[in-house]
Design a binder for this molecule. Structure first.
Ligand SMILES: *[C@@H]1O[C@H](CO)[C@@H](O)[C@H](O)[C@H]1NC(C)=O
Ligand SMILES: *[C@@H]1O[C@H](CO)[C@@H](O)[C@H](O)[C@H]1NC(C)=O
Length: 208
């Protein structure tokens, strides 16, 4: 028993201290680091759960067409839309820096275009805004021209779509995100030319 204890101190006098202390030191650092990482992770998780970003929702609440006229594959028409933008987030508000609204015929072609006033949307807010895209002598695909003429005589245009393209930024406390492009697509909009008929709301697919 005597030789083993005698030899190590002689051979590793300098390494004795680091070897004896560093494991404890390293263990201490490791535990501290892990604890910090766990705490930061927990804080992020709690923050995330309390903020929990939700998507923005879009609905076409009202759509009317006035002065629809098709001649020689060209269209004149004024669209009258009411769109509902819902920000369901509890803490995140949204800057709409620019908003463009287009009316399409199915997914085939764009009929009319409008630019809407930018706005700031608080958290848990529903904002309705109007858009009035106008088509003036817009050249039509012959299939679309035919469909619109049929629609005009029957009083129902049933394959309209609305596309919203907006540049937005999110705001959380004093933090502002960079700019994102929001695209909302609202298909299968049915418009009665006799505007006394009820309009059926259409929910849009929103992609950010
Ligand atoms: C559309 O309106 C313009 C005048 O703004 C007119 O010259 C044109 O003939 C109209 N076209 C149709 C298809 O009604
Ligand atoms: C949403 O915000 C707008 C503009 O600040 C306001 O006019 C409207 O009343 C708000 N709506 C709701 C449901 O909070």
């Amino acid at each position: 028993m005597a030789p083993p204890p005698a030899q190590p101190p002689r051979q590793h006098p300098a390494e004795g201290r680091p070897k004896g202390r560093s494991p404890r030191l390293i263990t201490g650092i490791a535990i501290t680091t892990l604890t910090l990482v766990a705490l930061v992770g927990l804080a992020v998780l709690v923050t995330w759960l309390s903020i929990r970003p939700k998507g923005l929702n879009y609905t076409v609440e009202e759509a009317q067409v006035h002065g629809l006229n098709v001649a020689q594959n060209h269209l004149n028409a004024s669209f009258d839309l009411v769109l509902k933008a819902h920000n369901p987030n509890h803490k995140i508000s949204v800057y709409y820096d620019s908003i463009e609204v287009s009316v399409l015929y199915s997914d085939q072609q764009t009929l009319a275009f409008d630019v809407v006033e930018p706005f700031y949307q608080r958290s848990r807010n529903v904002t309705r805004f109007e858009s009035k895209p106008v088509a003036r002598a817009v050249p039509l695909l012959s299939s679309v021209s035919r469909d619109l003429e049929v629609g005009k005589s029957s009083g129902v245009i049933d394959q309209l779509a609305v596309r919203v393209k907006a540049k937005i930024r999110f705001k959380l406390g004093s933090w502002r995100s960079s700019q994102y492009v929001l695209r909302a697509l609202c298909f299968s909009i049915v418009v009665h030319l006799d505007s006394s008929k009820a309009f059926e709301e259409i929910d849009c697919d929103v992609d950010i």
